[in-house]
Write a protein that binds this ligand. Structure first.
Ligand code: ADP
Ligand code: MG
Length: 419
């Protein structure tokens, strides 16, 4: 890891601003999935245990965009929906009993006199959660004035919000211009270590499984994987139909991106010349109608007729894909194999999840990224059989595509002089 981390610095008695990713789903004032809050706790615990005064900052949703939408529609904007107060409540439950973390408090804003006072009142080991950063237009605009105000709150900046690191916002990038010591948190370090392996020299065989709805979303990742000469590239999900159509198959009413047909051909040709084995489904689960779902059956791809809608890979494909993962040493998976939210079209995704877990148990390093793929892993209760479940969606894809993430680039390098 080339970036300095909290392990490299002394934080005792310092005001430490930690950009966390507490952008969690909240329903009726209650957090419905606390994965991201849990994921940030090791960093907070470590800092508090070493005597830091911890300031936590995060965004939640896109309040200003929603406000504009509401105004345009002549509806009332519900600002309470974008408060981090429910997150604070859940955070308190999660850290109860952690003795390194002393007092926890919630600030009604993220800048301003009241916030400065609350920061001044912090003791060593105390934690202050600031209110939603995106209630200020300066956050997403990466306004230097707003960044400066955030920077004024602290002595040290820590970024532990990998999921937002692909955005150059005031709290992820701008602030680093006004704070000397800018380092990665433990979650950020873990993400960069695991994902970095894929971009560095992955142990082989290296197999990637891609699925999901759109080829267009995943093109940079596919390009990067081919460039890195992944040994096998397995493509399932709706994405596969663009490849089938490009090759003249009948795909019925399955999802397809007609403007990506040439791109699909090009990807196939590039994979071919790079010696990458590209596997597409051989069979799939189809229906005659989506609403209501009916006449569900599994058929070979070339039996598809004009009325069929393909919603999942078939059992033969699931077996071929599972077999292709055997003996793999590095595995990357992004995107479900079908419309897994709807049973029985979760079968292909679950089968692949199980195969990834089994390969991991047999020694592969596995990385799963993408909101829906991670949801599928959790649904199958296989979290403990995956080496690394990435907390980033877009950030993970951009990183794996080889892009530099502004929130990461902005942190101090390991060899940079300590200020
Ligand atoms: P991730 O969030 O893991 O990156 P994506 O967002 O790219 O994954 O894709 C997930 C979506 O793709 C899911 O909503 C799923 O229902 C949809 N999907 C996958 N295969 C199909 C299919 N054959 N037909 C319709 N939708 C599909
Ligand atoms: Mg998704």
């Amino acid at each position: 890891m080339q970036k300095r981390t909290i392990k490299d610095i002394d934080v005792n008695g310092k005001r430490v601003f930690v950009r966390v990713d507490f952008n969690v789903p909240v329903k009726d004032g209650v957090v419905t999935d606390d994965t991201r809050i849990r994921a940030a706790i090791p960093t907070i615990r470590d800092l508090a245990g070493r005597g830091a005064k911890v300031i936590l900052a995060s965004h939640l949703g896109r309040p200003l965009k929603e406000k504009k939408k509401a105004e345009e529609a002549g509806k009332e904007f519900d600002a309470a929906k974008f408060s981090l107060a429910p997150v604070f409540a859940r955070f308190n439950e999660l850290v109860e009993g952690i003795e390194e973390i002393r007092e926890t408090r919630f600030a009604v804003n993220c800048v301003g006199a009241e916030v400065s006072e609350a920061v001044n009142a912090l003791g060593e080991g105390d934690v202050l959660l600031l209110e939603n950063l995106r209630l200020h237009p300066g956050e997403e605009k990466n306004d230097p004035e707003f960044a400066k105000r955030l920077a004024a709150l602290c002595d040290i900046y820590v970024n532990d919000a990998f999921g937002t690191a692909h955005r150059a916002h005031a709290s992820t990038e701008g602030i680093t211009h006004f704070v000397d010591t800018c380092v990665a948190g433990l979650l950020m370090e873990k993400e960069l270590d695991y994902l970095g392996r894929v971009l560095g020299s992955p142990e082989r065989p290296f197999v990637a499984i891609l699925g999901g709805a759109k080829v267009s979303d995943k093109i940079p990742v596919i390009d990067s994987l081919i460039e890195r000469k992944v040994d096998k590239l397995l493509i399932g999900g709706a994405m596969a139909y663009t490849f089938f159509k490009a090759n003249g198959y009948t795909i019925g009413k399955s999802l397809v991106e007609n403007d990506m047909l040439d791109r699909a051909k090009e990807i196939e040709a590039r994979a071919n010349s790079a010696g990458v084995e590209l596997l597409l489904p051989t069979d799939h689960q189809v229906v005659d109608s989506v609403d209501p779902l009916n006449s569900q059956k599994t058929i070979p791809i070339d039996f598809t007729n004009a009325g069929h809608v393909g919603l999942d890979i078939g059992i033969e494909t699931a077996a071929i894909f599972a077999n292709a993962l055997k003996g793999a040493k590095t595995l990357v998976w992004n995107g479900p194999m079908g419309m897994f939210e709807e049973k029985p079209f979760d079968q292909g995704t679950i089968a692949v999840a199980k195969a990834v877990a089994e390969a991991t148990d047999n020694g592969a390093v596995s990385i799963v990224g993408g909101g829906d793929s991670v949801a599928a892993i959790k649904q199958a209760r296989l979290e403990d059989h995956i080496s690394h479940i990435s907390t980033g969606g877009g950030a993970t894809l951009e990183f794996l595509a080889g892009d530099v993430l502004p929130g990461v680039a902005a942190l101090n390098d390991k060899n940079e002089a300590v200020v």
